[in-house]
Design a protein around this ligand. Sequence first.
Ligand code: PMP
Length: 346
Amino acid sequence: MFALAPKRPYLSLMTTVQDTISLIGNTPLVRLAGPSEAAGCDIFGKCEFANPGASVKDRAALGIIRDAEARGELKPGGTVVEGTAGNTGIGIALVANARGYNTIIVMPDNQSKEKMDTLRALGAQLVTVPPTKFADPNHFVHTSRRMAEETEGAVWANQFDNVANRRAHIETTAPEIWEQMEHEVDGFTCAVGTGGTLAGVGLGLKAFSEDITIALTDPHGAALYEYYAHGELKSEGSSVAEGIGQGRITANLEDAPVDTQFRISDEEGLEWVRRLLKEEGLCLGLSSGINVAGAVRLGQELTAKLGRPARVATILCDTGFRYLSTLYNGEWLRSKGLPVPPWLED
Ligand code: PMP
């Protein structure tokens, strides 16, 4: 075996924190047995579903709100407005509740019902709009900016182009991975929604060691694979994965240290979602499965290049409980032409 459970446990998991905000981050890192075996090396998953809002976006939400407070833009009793596929909204609603702010969330209406129900349950004002192209003035991002401008005492979180998003990953996710892997990291990869995670972890890890390979894992239908491979923003196909799939270079992606790139199909990502569920007891969303597929590719390539089993990390972005009506529903899977696993046949 390639062994390598951490030599010392991650002690911060055993401490008491003084407020609920401090529960964000310091997530566990788990060695994934199936992916490690498939890649012939060690693949680690950062358990971002363990954040209070059950996704990686809690970190960005907290970073953005802290930044708006520090700049004096967000005042007591103010409102945070954001356009989101859902997870950022959930993170913002939780942090805003803990800090005494209101939340307005604009979301495309093709995202999972669970995310919409969750946002309403948390007390956010939810506005849904039809899914459109970014160039359309009614796109959820532009609608959220207008609503922020029209609301007294409101700030626009602007997760795509507000670099407080990636700074949260430079300052927290990257050093956590570096410590948890005992300073022995060969590669990192993940998919992109805003790019905050890929660019932030990439920049943060490169600051520890220039030798760490940073890879983009792109779903079908996104334009970044072609951009990093051939310098052209061009997309092909489509994906049902929520929260990932970008068509432009956001401010968070500028100067992202991307060394190599992979394109992963929904079928391949789903295969890993199902294997991780049935073999390792992890219930995850599709972006996590796509990330793991990318990590397996990166692990194989780095292992061949280095001549020893590589050590690669990726992000387990959110909980599968957020997709019970979609990824974990036989009828929905059939309607999308995706394979239905035996336990979801009815
Ligand atoms: N996976 C899921 C489920 C998400 O909601 C997001 C955020 N949109 C991502 C991955 C991508 O993260 P980032 O915005 O940092 O690129």
